[in-house]
Structures are given as structure tokens and as C-alpha cells.
Design a protein around this ligand. Structure first.
Ligand SMILES: Nc1ncnc2c1ncn2[C@@H]1O[C@H](COP(=O)(O)OP(=O)(O)OP(=O)(O)O)[C@@H](O)[C@H]1O
Length: 673
């Protein structure tokens, strides 16, 4: 190249006929040095990348565009800004790439203008070699400016030089120098072009590297997008499942909502009621507190009044029993029964009732008084605590007995026994009949429970127990049981109650219950006897009522012995055998009773209670702390006169006895004696 002569101004520019414009199908092959290429083809090294890059970028742009437009799911949208950035970056790169391809392809898609058409440089030594009309720039070292005129350049422009320029385009074949120079110039132009292309290729290499980097990033993005898509799909599936289950749950939800609303309504109503009740409760509480205060005050008053009541009751008891004592601890009533229908034809005793306490009984004897010549008369006058005429009712008899029942409730031992000959009316007096004929025993039951009910109102509580027995031929028999062969012994401990072994003692809660036991005892007594009337006349029937009253630390223990004695009978009148033995036993026990009373009257140190089962059993009711009432029954028939007289005499003896009784009290603190 250096050996080539430099063009001078004088050098004729000749057209180069072999050089044809690029774009022609057959003649656009350019050969310089070893490089031989076609004008419409880019060099392989250059064209490989743009083609790849362009397609790849197109695909990439398309995939990115698809992603950004097709996938609207939140998970994709999340990365949409990132993808958009990437896409824009790619687009920018694509733009720079298209510039590049434009540049790269430019030389090959355009045909060169003939050198002859080029204007010759205006100055410089090189211009001398070229004609002034030549457009070929001056050849300077490093000067790469090449003006390549495309084939589409208008032909008029090519003809700018006129006929002279047309002549200059063609260098004659013989002008090897000119042609050489022309070729040389072209070569340099191509070399410059190659250098530019090389730069572009380098630039492209860096773009490629960047592109690969971006592609890697893109692949990561795609992977991310894939994973997001998978996640999205899984979430979508989950979402669909949830939607399905939500649809399934909707009816239940609606039912629950309805229930909830109904419950809410109920709750509101209840809440309203609750508030109302709370208000009422508040008012009631206030009232309650007020009443509590009043209650406390009243309790204090009640306590005071209770204490007063106890004092009054104590006083009443003291006074009551003082009166009873004044009346006598052994009291004797005399009752003359009316004659029975069967006895109306019989001669009646002459009985005169002096007053309510005195009685005079007379009987004319068959013998005459030798002095007066009148019929002799047996006349006896007796005074008792009370005398009841034949017309006296059971109620009248019970009036005084009732005082003793109160004493038994006050803690005294009371003994009431009916004495008299057989058929004198003992059983009638003690047991009686129905209605107004009710005897002393059932009336006592009624009064006990009536008084207990009153005492309970002032704080007392009572327990009532009862036993029924009979003493026949000095043997005790429990009348509440039908068991045979039971042996009963009497036990007495000083200061304690008299007790009978194996005896049934029933707790009683009402008068009626007590009466039922009385009827049972009466029945059992009858069952044991072959002839009840005979048997009943020869045994002592004892009904015992145990009373225990409690008020705080105060305990009163009293008892009531209601005894229907066997008929007193003259032994001389009794026939021999069992009847005689019975009579002897009866008389023995009645005599012992008389003895005991006499000893009590004389305040003897030894009282012969144990001489008979009857006195031993009644020991606690005949002794110190007891109140005794004897009802002596008299038959109005004159034939019974002597028996009646004996009974009256016995009762008179008993009447003389004065016993100082004392109450069975325990833990008494405020008792006035
Ligand atoms: N006050 C009276 N009023 C009416 N009738 C009476 C009265 N007293 C007794 N009687 C009658 O006299 C009869 C004999 O009385 P009661 O059986 O009570 O005598 P008693 O003394 O118990 O005889 P016993 O010792 O044999 O048992 C009976 O029919 C009874 O109804």
C-alpha cells in the first residue's frame, strides 16, 4: 500500500467500470485483499449476533409483554413492575441494537456511488491526485470518513458533475494507476469501515455479555415467575376449594346466623328481664336489710320477752304447784256411781252429800236399839278433797285431775288410782266410754298434748312415752305385746325412775296415737283372760306416761301413773282355790298400799314399798316428789254397804297423809322454790 503513488491534482479520474453499485444481483461482490463478500450480506461474525439478538429480544419482549398482559393475578402483578423495568430495559437495548444493525447493514444494503461522482477535496496535497469534481475525501491517516452513496440515491445526483464528471467516473482500462488509486481508496474506505465494524462488534460483544447477563436474570425471573405461577395455581386451587367449602358452609352459616339472631333476641329479652329483676332484687335487698335490722331489734325484744315468759312461767308453775301442795299431795276423791238399770230394784245406800267434800253414809241394821227402841243405824261421815255424786260427769271429775296433769308436765311424778270394790265403777272412771263418757286416762292424753302444744309456742319441747302393764297375782305382764313367757322385774334406783325390765315403752306423738295403744292394751288384757270381767276385776292395770320437757338448759322430767286397781273384796266372801289366791294377792297389795301411805304419813324411815309389786312399782309416785290422787269408787247398792264403808275408811286414811313433794328438775337456774 505504501508503495502506491499518492494521487495528485493532475491525476485523471477515471470511472471504474467494474465497480457497480451495491444491490445489484450479480455484480455486488466486492473483493479486497483476502476479503471477499457480498454487499447484501453482513459479515458472519457481525450478522450472527444481531440476528440472534434481534430474535431473542423479540421473543423476550413478546414473552414479557405476554406475561404483563396475560397474567393479571396478584402474584404476577406483584412482580409486574420488575418485569416492566426489565422489558423497558430490553426495549432500550433492542433500540440500540436496531441502530447497530442499521449501521452494520448500511454498507451492505447500499450501493456505493461511483468515485467519479464524488467531489474532490478542496485542499490538501491528496486532492491534487483527484479531479476537482471528485467527491472522494482526501486520504488522511486515521481518516475514516467514508461517504458511501446508496444505490437508491437519485440518479440526478449522480449526474451532478455533468458530462465531465461522467467521463471521470470511468477510468480507462489502461489507467492502471488511476484504477489502482481508486481501488486503494476503496480499500482504505473498506478498511475504515471494517474498523468501525470491529468497534461495533466489540460494542456488540459487550452488549451480548450484558444481554446474556440479562438473559440469565430473565431466566431467574422466569423461574421466579414459574414458581409464582405454581404458587398462584396452588393458591388458586386452594381458593377454589375454599370457595367450594364456603358455598357448602353458606346454608349452615345462614342457619347459624338465623339462630344467632333469634338467640340474640332472646338474650336481649332476658337481659331486659335480668335488669328488671336486678332492680327488683336491689329493692328487695334494701327491704331485706331494713327488715333484717328490724328482725334483730325484734329478736332482742323476743329474747327479753322470752326471758320474761320463762320467769312468768316459772312463777306460774311455782304458784300452781304451791296450790297443789296446799290442796295436799295425796288427794282423795270419792265418786258414787249411779245405780245400774239392773240394780234399780235393789235397796240403795243412804248417802248424804254434806257438801262437795263431805259424805255421810248410813245403813239401818236389822237389830233395834235397846234404849230408844229404834232400829240400830250404822252411820259414817267422811271428808275428802272432793265428793262426786252419781250424776257427776266424767268432765267434772277430770277438772281437778287436770291440775295434776299440769304438775306432771312441770316435772312432778303423779299417780292417779281408782280404788273400790268390784263393780264400783273404777274402770268406767279411768277408761270410760266414748264421747262424754271418756274416762280419766284418755282425757289425760288429750290434755297432755294440748298443754305441750301451748308450751312449744314459748320454746319448750316435750317427748312423750308410754307403757301399759298389768299386775295379776303379783306378776307383771306387758300389755303392748302378745309375747308369752316374758319375765318382768321392777328396778328402782334412788333418785331415779322405777323401771320394769323387758317392758315396751312407746314414744307417742299425739293423743290419738296414745289412745290407740290404750285400746291395744285393753284388747291384750282381754285376750289373756278367759273371762274378761272376772280377770279385769282381779288385776291392777297401770298406764304410765313419761314426760320430758326441755327449754334451753332447763329439763323437766315428770310422769303420770294411771292405775285401775283390782276390786277390793272381802276374802271371807271368796270361794276357795284360785279365786281365793287372787283375792289374797289383791288384798295383800291393797293392804301394802295402805301401809305405805300410813308410813308416809308417819314419815317412817322405812317405807314397805317392796311388800307388793304394786307399791314397788308406784314407789316414785307415792314417795317424796309425787302427787297422788285416789279416786275411791262407791257402789250405791246397800248390799255393797260394808265394802263401800271399808273403801271409804281406807280412803279416809289415805286422806290424812301429807307428803312434802319436790319437783324432778335438772339444771334449773331460775327456778324459784
Ligand atoms: N259413773 C257412772 N255412770 C254410769 N255408769 C257407771 C258409772 N260407774 C260405773 N258404771 C257402770 O257400772 C258398771 C261397773 O262398772 P266398772 O266395770 O267400771 O266397775 P269396776 O269397779 O271397774 O269393776 P271391776 O273391779 O270388776 O273391774 C259398768 O257397767 C259401768 O258402766
Amino acid at each position: 500500500m505504501s508503495r502506491l503513488p499518492k494521487p495528485t491534482s493532475s491525476t485523471k479520474i477515471r470511472p471504474i467500470p467494474s465497480v457497480k453499485p451495491f444491490g445489484s444481483t450479480s455484480e455486488n461482490t466486492i473483493t479486497f485483499g483476502e476479503i471477499k463478500t457480498k454487499a447484501h450480506e453482513a459479515p458472519p461474525a457481525i450478522n450472527k449476533y444481531p440476528t440472534f439478538t434481534a430474535n431473542s429480544l423479540r421473543r423476550r419482549s413478546k414473552s414479557v409483554a405476554d406475561l404483563t398482559t396475560a397474567d393479571k393475578h396478584p402474584s404476577i402483578n406483584k412482580c409486574a413492575p420488575f418485569i416492566a423495568n426489565r422489558f423497558n430495559k430490553n426495549r432500550r437495548q433492542s433500540k440500540s441494537y436496531s441502530d447497530l444493525t442499521t449501521i452494520v447493514r448500511q454498507p451492505f444494503t447500499r450501493s456505493f456511488k461511483p468515485i467519479t461522482e464524488r467531489k474532490a477535496p478542496t485542499a490538501g496535497p491528496q486532492n491534487k491526485a483527484f479531479p476537482s469534481t471528485s467527491r472522494v475525501p482526501p486520504l488522511k491517516s486515521g481518516a475514516t470518513k467514508t461517504t458511501l452513496v446508496g444505490s437508491k440515491r437519485p440518479a440526478a445526483k449522480s449526474d451532478e458533475g455533468g458530462p465531465k464528471a461522467k467521463a471521470a467516473r470511468k477510468i480507462p482500462d489502461w489507467d492502471y494507476k488511476g484504477r489502482f488509486l481508486q481501488l486503494n481508496e476503496k480499500y482504505e474506505q473498506l478498511q475504515n469501515c471494517m474498523k468501525g465494524l470491529q468497534d461495533k462488534a466489540n460494542q456488540f460483544e459487550s452488549t451480548k455479555e450484558e444481554y446474556e447477563k440479562i438473559q440469565k436474570e430473565h431466566e431467574i425471573d422466569i423461574k421466579t415467575i414459574d414458581s409464582l405461577r405454581r404458587e398462584n395455581e396452588s393458591k388458586t386451587r386452594k381458593c377454589q376449594e375454599l370457595t367450594t367449602s364456603l358455598d357448602e358452609l353458606k346454608p349452615a352459616h345462614e342457619t347459624l346466623t338465623r339462630n344467632y339472631n333469634s338467640l340474640q333476641n332472646n338474650f336481649d329479652k332476658l337481659n331486659e328481664e335480668f335488669n328488671k329483676y336486678q332492680e327488683q332484687n336491689k329493692n328487695l335487698l334494701e327491704k331485706l336489710n331494713k327488715e333484717k335490722k328490724e328482725n334483730i331489734e325484734l329478736k332482742e325484744v323476743i329474747t327479753l320477752q322470752k326471758s320474761d315468759l320463762i320467769n312468768y312461767q316459772t312463777e306460774r308453775r311455782v304458784l300452781h304447784n304451791t296450790i297443789q301442795d296446799l290442796k295436799g299431795n295425796i288427794r282423795v276423791f270419792c265418786r258414787i256411781r249411779p245405780p245400774l238399770l239392773s240394780e234399780l230394784k235393789q235397796i240403795q245406800c243412804s248417802i248424804e252429800f254434806i257438801n262437795e267434800n263431805g259424805i255421810e253414809i248410813r245403813k239401818s241394821q236389822e237389830s233395834y236399839d235397846q234404849i230408844t227402841g229404834k232400829l240400830k243405824e250404822i252411820k259414817s261421815e267422811f271428808t275428802y278433797d272432793k265428793v262426786f255424786a252419781p250424776q257427776s260427769s266424767q268432765e267434772e271429775v277430770f277438772e281437778d285431775l287436770a291440775q295434776l296433769v299440769q304438775s306432771a308436765l312441770d316435772g312432778y311424778n303423779v299417780c292417779v288410782f281408782a280404788y273400790g270394790q268390784t263393780g264400783s265403777g273404777k274402770t268406767y272412771t279411768m277408761q270410760g266410754g266414748g264421747g262424754i263418757q271418756k274416762g280419766m286416762i284418755p282425757r289425760t292424753f288429750d290434755l297432755i298434748f294440748k298443754n305441750i302444744a301451748e308450751l312449744q309456742r314459748s320454746g319448750w319441747s316435750y317427748t312423750v312415752k308410754a307403757s301399759f302393764l298389768e299386775i295379776y297375782n303379783e306378776n307383771i305382764r306387758d300389755l303392748l305385746t302378745t309375747k308369752q313367757g316374758q319375765k318382768h322385774d321392777i328396778c328402782f334406783n334412788e333418785g331415779a325412775e322405777t323401771t320394769v325390765t323387758n317392758l315396751s315403752i312407746q314414744t307417742i306423738n299425739s293423743a290419738a296415737e296414745l289412745e290407740r295403744y290404750m285400746v291395744l292394751a285393753h284388747r291384750n288384757r282381754a285376750t289373756a283372760a278367759t273371762d274378761f270381767n272376772e280377770h279385769s276385776s282381779r288385776s291392777h292395770a297401770v298406764t304410765k306416761i313419761y314426760l320430758e320437757g326441755t327449754l334451753e338448759d332447763l329439763v323437766y322430767k315428770g310422769s303420770l301413773n294411771l292405775v285401775d286397781l283390782a276390786g277390793s273384796e272381802n276374802a271371807k266372801q271368796s270361794v276357795a282355790g284360785d279365786r281365793l289366791t287372787e283375792t289374797k294377792n289383791i288384798n295383800k297389795s291393797l293392804a301394802t298400799l295402805g301401809d305405805v301411805i300410813q308410813h308416809l304419813h308417819h314419815k317412817s324411815r322405812h317405807i314397805p314399798y317392796r311388800n307388793s309389786k304394786l307399791t314397788y312399782l308406784l314407789q316414785s309416785s307415792l314417795g317424796g316428789n309425787s302427787k297422788t290422787l285416789m279416786i275411791v269408787n262407791i257402789s250405791p247398792i246397800e248390799s255393797c254397804f260394808m265394802e263401800s264403808l271399808n273403801s271409804l275408811r281406807f280412803a279416809a286414811k289415805v286422806k290424812q297423809v301429807k307428803i312434802a313433794s319436790k319437783r324432778n328438775k335438772m339444771n334449773v337456774t331460775s327456778m324459784k322454790q
